[in-house]
Write a protein that binds this ligand. Structure first.
Ligand code: APR
Length: 249
C-alpha cells in the first residue's frame, strides 16, 4: 500500500507465515568469518580437508581443530543489529516467524530469537557416530570422553552437516516453505542447495513475497521479487521497521 499505515495493515494482516533464511552474511558484522567472501573460511582451508566425512575419517585431529577454532571464536563475538531485528520481528509477529539458518553459530539464540532451525548443525553440539545422540560440546570432549548415552569411546564428531551429507530438519523446513507467505533471505551467496532453492520453492507452492537482503547480488538474486543490497545490520532493522511501523493510519 502507499500510505505507511496501510503498509503496516498489509504487512501485519497479510503475512502469517514468515520464513527468514540466514547465511554467514548475517554474522559477518559480528566478526564471524563468512565462507566465500575474500578472506573467508574457504580461502584459508580446502573444504575437502576440513568439511567432508572423508576428511574426518582421514584426519580427525585436523577437522576437530578447525571446529575447535571456530567454536572458541564464539566466546568473542556478539549478536549484531541484524540478529536483533529478527528477534524483534518474531516478538511483534508473535510466533509467525521461523528462522531457518545455515549458520552453525549461536548468535540467533543469543539475540533472543526462538523457532530457529539449524539446517547445517551447530558448533556447540557433538553427535555420537555410534548411537547418533546429540550432546552439548564440552572442552576436549572429542579425545577422552565416551558418549554419555552409549558409553563408546572416541566416537563423538562435530554436529555439523559436511559436504555430501543431508541437511537436518528437511521435513520441518518443507512444511514451513509450503505455507510461507513472506520469504526473506539474509546474508547468503545462494551457492549451496537445498537452501538456495527455497526461494523458488515458496513461489512454486504459493504466492510468497520474496526479499533478498545481501551485501551484493547472490547467485539467486533474479528469483527474488525484490533485492536490497548492503549490510544486514543496516538493512534488516530498516525492513523490520517498515513491516512494524507503528503508525497505523
Ligand atoms: N551483510 C549482508 N550480507 C553480507 C555481509 C553483511 N555484512 N557480509 C557478507 N555478506 C554476504 C556476502 O556478500 C555473501 O553473498 O553474505 C554472503 C555469504 O556467503 P557465503 O560465504 O557463501 O556463506 P553462506 O551463503 O552462508 O554459505 C552457505 O556453504 O560452506 C557452506 O555450510 C556452509 O552454511 C554454509 C553454506
Amino acid at each position: 500500500g502507499s500510505k505507511r499505515g496501510s503498509l503496516v495493515f498489509e504487512w501485519k494482516t497479510t503475512f502469517k507465515n514468515v520464513v527468514v533464511l540466514t547465511g554467514a552474511g548475517i554474522s559477518a558484522e559480528s566478526g564471524v568469518a563468512t565462507f566465500r567472501d575474500n578472506g573467508g573460511l574457504w580461502a584459508e582451508h580446502r573444504i575437502e580437508d576440513v568439511a567432508t566425512p572423508d576428511a574426518f575419517a582421514m584426519n580427525p585431529v585436523l577437522v576437530q581443530d578447525f571446529y575447535n577454532k571456530r567454536r572458541a571464536q564464539l566466546k568473542e563475538v556478539e549478536p549484531n543489529a541484524g540478529h536483533r531485528a529478527l528477534t524483534r520481528l518474531q516478538q511483534e509477529l508473535d510466533g509467525n516467524v521461523t528462522i531457518i539458518t545455515q549458520n552453525v553459530d549461536d548468535l540467533h539464540e543469543r539475540s533472543g530469537s526462538h523457532d530457529i532451525i539449524h539446517m547445517h548443525g551447530e558448533l556447540r553440539k557433538v553427535r555420537c557416530r555410534a548411537c547418533a545422540t546429540v550432546h552439548q560440546w564440552q572442552e576436549d570432549c572429542f579425545q577422552e570422553t565416551a558418549c554419555p548415552t552409549c558409553g563408546r569411546q572416541v566416537v563423538l564428531r562435530p554436529h555439523i552437516v559436511w559436504f555430501g551429507e543431508m541437511p537436518f530438519y528437511m521435513d520441518l523446513i518443507t512444511q514451513k516453505l509450503q505455507v510461507c507467505d513472506l520469504f526473506i533471505s539474509v546474508g547468503t551467496s545462494g551457492n549451496v542447495y537445498p537452501a538456495a532453492g527455497f526461494v523458488t520453492h515458496v513461489q512454486q507452492v504459493g504466492h510468497a513475497h520474496t526479499i533478498e537482503i545481501n551485501l551484493e547480488s547472490s547467485e539467486g538474486v533474479s528469483y527474488f521479487a525484490e533485492a536490497r543490497h548492503g549490510r544486514a545490520g543496516d538493512l534488516l532493522p530498516a525492513l523490520i521497521d517498515e513491516i512494524l511501523s507503528v503508525k497505523v493510519a
